[in-house]
Design a protein. Structure first.
Length: 391
């Protein structure tokens, strides 16, 4: 059988595992493996540890301060980190706005922003979606009017993940209304402490404060914070979305949650895996994860060779989002009402789970219903694929 990884790549995997064993705090590892959500402090702590190791910008080329990992090394790092219980690295700065700054930003912008992104001194969020402008993002209405060396920004963004924690937001704004609607969009970097910005929480169905609406009332933004030329925002946005959708390629999260599923199946010295039907469903998930993993590796090997393989981003986004949902759904089916995070009593007066690992299951399942919607819904991804393949 052909090897999936070279000797050098296996050695790198061992290096990553050793680093995780030595540096990932035990309490953080335990909380992540039990299904808790990482706090802002957790993410900052982990990012600073990576930065100390020289891996803060682990997805970046060496010329921009990253370690220059190959595509396979990036995959190995993320796969091992997920399974070890590391919190996800905040993607908005590292994997989204940073590549845009690298490709379209000025030298001064690269020098100013990239080091602070790598060390997570600046915590970023993404200002794309608006009420009425989600999948049809080009219809956005947040307006930026030139006023000397500044823009005055007025409008609203919605579903803004972690805006309440963020120091900066990268925004698509409308700077012109003539011609094609895509041509009037620009890409701005905005300090969240600027007067005129209001962040209002949106509490989601799982009871969490993760997303927000962000209001801009004549917010003054220096023209120097525009990435690229005026009207080039749509080009930047498409480039960023391609990077965002590629984040779905790793199966580390699914592997971690399948391992958790198997652990939850062990109760009172017995295993639900002894049930052939349940065992078959777990095996089916593991086979789908393995197939998606191999598909991802095929894309990454092609990237290393410089080959064009076509459509990895929408394809991987569809595969990964459904897998995440299906793994979490089986956890809920396994636990039934024990997965509910409420203190209540059933007819036999037995309290339901609270403040335990079980209580994380149903909220996580509810939260991950979003994966087939954000970063462009899966319907949009299928349309992209169909248009590219069929014309």
């Amino acid at each position: 059988m052909a090897r999936l990884f070279t000797v050098e790549e296996d050695a790198f995997r061992l290096t990553v595992r050793t680093f995780l064993d030595d540096k990932l705090p035990a309490d953080l590892r335990e909380r992540m493996l039990s299904g808790e959500r990482p706090t802002r402090e957790d993410k900052v702590t982990w990012s600073r540890l990576l930065h100390e190791r020289g891996w803060g910008g682990y997805t970046w080329p060496a010329e921009h301060g990253g370690p220059g990992f190959s595509p396979i090394q990036r995959y190995i790092f993320e796969d091992e980190a997920w399974q070890a219980g590391a919190p996800e690295v905040v993607p908005f700065g590292l994997k989204m706005v940073a590549p845009v700054i690298m490709k379209f930003g000025s030298d001064a912008q690269k020098k100013r922003f990239l080091p602070r992104i790598a060390s997570l001194e600046d915590y970023w969020c993404q200002g794309y979606s608006e009420p009425g402008s989600g999948s049809d993002l080009a219809s956005l209405k947040t307006r930026a009017v030139r006023d000397g060396d500044d823009y005055l920004v007025t409008g609203q963004k919605i579903w803004t993940t972690e805006a309440h924690d963020a120091d900066w937001i990268f925004c698509l704004v409308r700077t012109a209304s003539d011609g094609r609607k895509q041509d009037g969009i620009s890409f701005l970097l905005i300090d969240m402490k600027t007067p005129g910005i209001t962040v209002r929480p949106i509490i989601t169905f799982d009871g969490a404060h993760e997303v927000n609406e962000v209001w801009f009332d004549n917010v003054r933004v220096p023209v120097a914070n525009r990435i690229g030329e005026e009207g080039q925002g749509w080009t930047c946005a498409k480039y960023l979305l391609e990077k965002e959708r590629l984040n779905f390629g790793g199966m580390g999260f699914c592997k971690r949650e399948v391992a958790r599923l198997k652990r939850l199946a062990q109760t009172n010295g017995k295993s639900r895996l002894d049930n052939p039907l349940f065992a078959a469903r777990v095996a089916a998930l593991e086979m789908r994860i393995a197939a998606a993993d191999l598909t991802n590796l095929r894309f990454l090997r092609a990237e290393e060779r410089g080959d064009a393989v076509g459509l990895p981003a929408p394809y991987l986004k569809i595969l990964s989002s459904h897998l995440q949902q299906d793994v979490l759904e089986l956890q809920v089916r396994l636990l039934g009402r024990s997965a509910l995070p409420v203190r209540a009593a059933d007819l036999s007066n037995t309290p339901l789970a609270l403040d335990s690992e079980l209580a994380n299951v149903a909220p996580t399942y509810c939260n991950y219903r979003k994966t087939t919607i954000y970063a462009g819904s899966n319907e949009i991804q299928r349309n992209i694929a169909a248009k590219s393949l069929l014309g």
